[in-house]
Design a protein around this ligand. Sequence first.
Ligand SMILES: [Zn+2]
Ligand SMILES: [Zn+2]
Length: 331
Amino acid sequence: MEILDTLYNEIIGFLGISQAWDILKSGDYIAFRTYDGIIALIYPIIPLLLLLELMLGLIYKKPHAKVYKVNFLIYLFNRIVGRFISIAMVALIIGFFQKYAPFQTDLTWYWLIYGYIVWEFGHFIYHFLAHKVRLFWCLHSTHHAPENMNLSVTHAHFFLEAPYADTIRTTICIVMGVQPELLFLIMFIDGTYGAFIHVGENLMKKGKLGFLHNIILTPSHHRVHHARNPLYMDTNYCNLLNIWDKVFNTYQSEQDNIEIEYGITREMDSGNFFDVYFGEIAVLAKDVFAAPGLKNKFLYLFMPPGWSHTGEHKTAKIAREEYLNTIATRE
Ligand SMILES: [Zn+2]
Ligand SMILES: [Zn+2]
């Protein structure tokens, strides 16, 4: 019965209900009012919403079967290989960089705001590079492959992406004096909100969250980020506070007359685990192999996706500029 036990633990683990379940079993309901108790209640929200979304998809007959299937495989694959590398990485960085911070924050609400702004900056840097450096795009493209949006997309990541993202984000936070406890709190909020912004149209039609749309990053903004329409590509890199998108001019709101087309521009089979996971690496390897000279081979690795040694670039930036130019000449 070991397999059944493992399966049971995996399901409880995925749903994130083990802590809340322990509190319920102990009968010590007051524990829900403590910090750990609140966290225990927040953890299961996203997995439970994911199940609800899946059921609504079946009811509305918009089940996104392909997306769920591949993202489930990715979840399993990452569960086996990826998870622990990232945790080890964060511990290593804290140990190495904390002594270089000019000051240390406390666990207060104003330092939380400071820490969050610093974290978002780290997130912006990681995410921007993930889109603009072809080698990093190979890792990040797995997340952009799905051609529908739903909460399972949260799990669509190449297993090396979390260690790479956390290296950048954690280093910036630790050097800027964000103390580890505060950092973990921010990671938890960011992880939960970062999952929520993948809520699909089956659960939230518009995803603009009313007036909040003008203040923070909403599911609608993140849908724009996942779009391959020329106007939308490579915009909205932030997660919750989108100040850095506004500072660096990468902010784009959803336009009523431009329907979002999810996915990446390369022709691919988004229902194929191997294409979703390794497809961009294969295409990059082909380009590097075919490129004349060492310098060009090197440039393919580090220039933005769409860059070509022939000079006929097809980058997101060029596509967006061309689109904006045609709009300007039409008016
Ligand atoms: Zn992205
Ligand atoms: Zn996303």
